[in-house]
Write a new protein. Sequence first.
Length: 216
Amino acid sequence: MGKSKTTLQVWQIAKVNLRHNFLPLLLLAVVIMILTPILFGTTGLDSKAAAVPLEMLISIIGIILLVPIFQPEQDEEIRDLVASKYVDSTYVHLIRVIYSIIGIVLLVMVFSIFMIMFGCEITIELIGGTIADAMFLGAIGLFTSAVTSNAPVSFMIPLLYYVLNLTMKSRFGNFNLFSMMSSDYHPNIWLFVSSIAFIVIAVLIKRGFDKKYRLV
């Protein structure tokens, strides 16, 4: 009985969060995608040139979709409501993480198909590398959000990392966001693995804070 009640509440939480939290963010990410062909050439590009719009702009959707995962609970009323539920708040955060990552993957793939249709040379490595870039940017913002509970700072940290990569990318080694422009895909493995680590740590930190809040 308890297990079925938990499952039902998980599905209800998923539907509510998709409608009220995720869809507005998804629409904003779509706007970024629409702007990309206007700001960058997306016709007849080889793999190195195709990496430019993917790394420079499409990767930013990771910040849009992942960073705000903990933000609804920063409202005291919502935090009290979540704390009163039968379902552990960690389930809520994991649900948001899952569909945010799915959103990143789908949007990157849709834009990649768009570029292929316009004669660009898009490889599996480019698609995977863009997903890794987006997840890493979003993950460091999510980690910052878990530690600080400060929305502006949570967005500023990944944006600062992005800017520093633009100006000093040769110094970032395995954590270079723009390595695919040089046909170097090795850093994307590091970025992807690190993004998973940051997300897991962020959820665990938030779980600890939520447990402490419940005890107060």
